[in-house]
Design a protein around this ligand. Structure first.
Ligand SMILES: Cc1ncc(COP(=O)(O)O)c(C=O)c1O
Length: 423
């Protein structure tokens, strides 16, 4: 039995996301052994979209014949910030789409966006010994992405705010940022950055552009950055069902990813930020990884100048998910309406539906267990509120389900969900 450092204990002694993945895995195994049919509505894997997979196969074949490209991409390390030539092409593309003259130096490539968040969150939260203070990341609207929760090298790096809940229609609601609480928090706590995903995993909320501008102004006033997680957002893969364009401006860190285009195996993340930040990301990357992987960059390089990547996003990926989302919503309304009190967050994007069951006799954890026993896997809502110290009923009465699985799985899963929750 070896002895382990605080660093190791912090990162290897069980995390929300780790337990979740483990529990899903063992639940799946159990269901298989019992010969139960399974509806895996829990994960965040992007769908296997046939039209996109054909495009990926063709691209793979094309690249495999290009000897010089392959030699450079597989045989050489890039710089820690990513290949300059690729970043130049990406900077041109992003300048057009984010309405700001970005340069290659405004971009850093990372091993997936998850690792970009590890670097960013720990750069702006934790101990600041020169200032003799401990700063936190402010999540302005929870529920928020579970993958941030355990990323702090130090404990307690998040503080978060419950949203305003606005009813939009029968059985529908939307979360909105509570700006007075936000201003109050910034006045009274030591905050190093504001961070949010847009669209939000898990709720599918798309914070409106005006609110994003307001957030940026507030962040700038407090001399802290606004980190925007675009894993599902604009300009690619643009799994958003409302106008989603967001300009880049100084003071903002936008984080993009190739994963939800359907390429999570390429592990490519993109940080768009002021040069002082991207150069620090590069320094950290060189310590953690020497250099990011090159294959993701090579894979999309030719889709930038001609905007092909936006066309794939807007003409194939977005419509695919929109149709799936609408289908799942109709099914839920059909099966739940008569006998269960429920409300669903408006589906503005990402891969998930966020269901609220007010006054239900089961907590979200119990709902998760009941469904798991029937081979239906969802995620219990309480995992998505890192840093929230106030009571908020949604914390214990919501579940997240992935609507993008195949039709039979979704139909079966939703039928069982309605049965179990109305029993
Ligand atoms: C909101 C959000 N941000 C970031 C990530 C990390 O994605 P990746 O590391 O694959 O780029 C995910 C993955 O599911 C996510 O849902």
């Amino acid at each position: 039995m070896y002895k382990y450092s605080d660093f190791n204990n912090k990162l290897s002694q069980g995390s929300g996301i780790g337990e979740l993945m483990q529990d899903l895995g063992s639940g799946l195994e159990h269901a298989r052994r019992m010969n139960l049919e399974i509806s895996m509505l829990g994960g965040g894997n992007p769908a296997h979209i046939e039209d996109m997979e054909k495009i990926f196969r063709d691209r793979w074949k094309f690249l495999s014949d290009k000897e010089t490209i392959i030699n450079r991409t597989l045989g050489d390390y890039s710089s820690p910030q990513g290949f300059l030539e690729f970043r130049e092409k990406l900077a041109h593309y992003l300048s057009r789409h984010l309405s700001y003259p970005l340069k290659a130096s405004n971009i850093a490539i990372t091993q997936g966006s998850q690792s970009a968040f590890f670097m960013l969150l720990n750069s702006f939260a934790g101990a600041f010994s020169k200032e003799n203070t401990f700063k936190k990341i402010l999540l302005p609207l929870v529920p928020e992405y579970i993958g941030y929760a355990d990323q702090g090298i130090q404990d307690g790096i998040f503080t978060s705010l419950a949203p305003i809940v606005r009813s939009t229609a029968e059985h529908r609601f939307v979360y909105e940022i509570n700006f007075p609480s936000l201003e109050n928090c910034l006045e009274n706590e030591s905050i190093g950055a504001i961070c949010l995903s847009r669209p939000t995993n898990p709720s599918g909320n798309l914070v409106p552009k005006d609110d994003m501008n307001r957030l940026l102004n507030i962040a700038t006033k407090h001399k802290i950055p606004l980190i925007v997680d675009n894993a599902y957002g604009y300009p690619f893969p643009n799994i958003t069902f409302l106008e989603s364009k967001l300009d880049w401006k100084p003071g903002m860190i936008q984080v993009l990813s190739l994963s939800k285009l359907g390429l999570p195996g390429l592990r490519t993340g993109i940080v768009v930020a002021e040069e002082e930040i991207t150069s620090r990301i590069a320094e950290m990357s060189s310590i953690l990884n020497l250099a990011p992987g090159n294959v993701g960059c090579l894979f999309i390089e030719d889709w930038l100048e001609n905007d092909q990547i936006s066309e794939y996003s807007n003409n194939i990926i977005k419509p695919y998910y929109l149709q799936k989302s609408q289908f799942a919503l109709e099914l839920l309304d059909h099966h739940l309406q008569s006998n269960i009190e429920y409300s669903i967050h408006e589906s503005h994007g990402a891969l998930f539906l966020w269901l609220f069951f007010p006054n239900h006799r089961y907590t979200s954890r119990q709902m998760y267990e009941k469904l798991k026993a029937r081979g239906v896997f969802v995620i219990s809502g309480e995992n998505f509120f890192p840093g929230l110290s106030t009571d908020f009923s949604h914390k214990k009465q919501c579940i997240r389900l992935t609507y993008s699985r195949n039709t039979e799985e979704v139909i079966r899963g939703i039928k069982i969900l309605a049965e179990e929750l109305s029993l």
